[in-house]
Design a protein around this ligand. Structure first.
Ligand code: GLA
Length: 387
């Protein structure tokens, strides 16, 4: 892929002398959904698919962007000065947002650059193509200008840019999973204080399979921000009766004791999901440590049920993929992953059952939804690298 992106850079920008190639992964979350903005735990991992980029400094303040995923858009120009999000700038709002965020944090970017990207994560699929672009951009800026930032800082700067430049109130999970990725490990992250552990994922005779619903979604136009504010309101109500900082502070029993403080039935279910999902994530990681993959899979299934019934972020496409997966022999666990409302599911499937899984779930999905899903057998990879 390095040769492909370097050659395309030369084609688009005249030559590739002095240009450098980079890669940042996408991510999949194994369990712990919609917990990261509730002070809970998440358990994502970086993938070996992601975003390839080639960048070169310029002698002026211009920015020129080109994405091989949006060839039809051609070269999009901007300037490092007066960066602001613009609807017509499309995907370039992500790298621009990170450049802006560095400025806000006191790191001056002295010149413009030419940047070409090529992602092999399906766009808008819930595998964090946008966070991948954000971390990649931060990694390039660090490499170009020697900014004194850690990979964890890159995650925080990426999230800051997404929140404040792109107007999506996302949590820290995606950027953290990407910036801190480690081959064959998932990251058990406590979003309350960013303490984390790497947990080896040793799936004997099984693999992680992602099913992409091909129902497009964007966080901005989804109900993501609405869910977030429902949880914030529920937290304020519970705080009237018990001293907590986040919903992640509560056990299931404590939630049952205090839940009546949440005056609205829908909001109560949202908060229930946040509390129970956090506890499920802790239990799932314990199960994995005890080599109990079956139990891990059951908790994945329970996570989906909660996201479907209490949090209501699934929809017919994701429910069909998951409910069909549950019927297949050799499926250890299956759930939606990411924000929901479309995007992907993640399943752990016994290796010898994968072909049958893709066949059965794929045809049931097509029959019910009317268009096909795509399937990816994925590997867990490292964080961003210079190629
Ligand atoms: C999106 C957000 C994350 C997280 C998930 C849901 O991927 O970017 O911060 O909230 O949704 O778990």
């Amino acid at each position: 892929m390095k040769d492909v992106v370097l050659a395309k850079f030369a084609e688009v920008f005249g030559d590739n002398e002095g240009a450098k190639a980079y890669f940042a992964p996408g991510r999949v979350n194994l369990i712990g959904e919609h917990t990261d903005y509730n002070g809970g735990h998440v358990f994502p991992c970086a993938l070996t698919i992601g975003t390839y980029g080639v960048a070169r400094k310029r002698n002026d303040k211009k920015l020129r962007f080109y994405s091989m995923n949006f060839d039809n858009l051609g070269v999009i120009e901007s300037s490092i000065e007066n960066l602001k999000a613009e609807k017509e700038a499309g995907w370039t709002n992500y790298p621009k947002g990170v450049m802006w965020a560095f400025g806000e944090k006191g790191y001056e970017i002295p010149c413009g650059m030419d940047l070409l990207l090529n992602g092999n994560i399906p766009n808008g699929s819930g595998l964090s193509s946008s966070a991948s672009v954000e971390v990649l951009t931060g990694f390039i800026l660090k490499d170009f200008f020697g900014f004194d930032v850690t990979n964890q800082d890159l995650a925080l700067i990426g999230q800051f840019s997404e929140n404040n430049f792109n107007g999506v109130n996302c949590g820290i999970m995606d950027q953290f999973a990407i910036a801190m990725g480690k081959k064959d490990h998932a990251i058990f992250l406590d979003t309350a204080d960013l303490s984390f552990d790497y947990a080896p994922i040793k799936l004997e005779n099984a693999k992680i399979v992602i099913a992409c619903s091909n129902k497009k979604r964007g966080l901005g136009d989804s109900k993501y921000n609405e869910r977030r504010s429902e949880c914030e309101t529920a937290l304020e109500e519970i705080k009237q009766v018990v001293g907590i900082n986040t919903l992640g502070d509560l056990t299931e029993e404590q939630f049952e004791t205090y839940k009546a403080a949440v005056k609205d039935e829908v909001r109560q279910r949202r908060a229930k999901h946040a509390v129970y999902e956090n506890q499920r994530t802790v239990k799932a990681v314990e199960a994995l440590k005890a080599n109990d993959v079956e139990q891990f899979g059951k908790l994945m299934n329970a996570s989906h049920v909660s996201l479907r019934d209490d949090y209501e972020v699934t929809g017919i496409e994701l429910d069909t993929l998951v409910e069909e997966a549950w019927k297949v022999e050799g499926v250890i666990g299956s759930r939606m992953t990411g924000a929901g409302f479309g995007g992907c599911t993640v399943s752990i499937v016994k290796t010898d059952a994968i072909d049958g899984f893709i066949d059965k779930v794929g045809s049931a999905y097509k029959e019910k939804i009317g268009y096909a899903a795509d399937f990816y057998v994925v590997e867990i990879g490292d964080g961003p690298v210079v190629l």
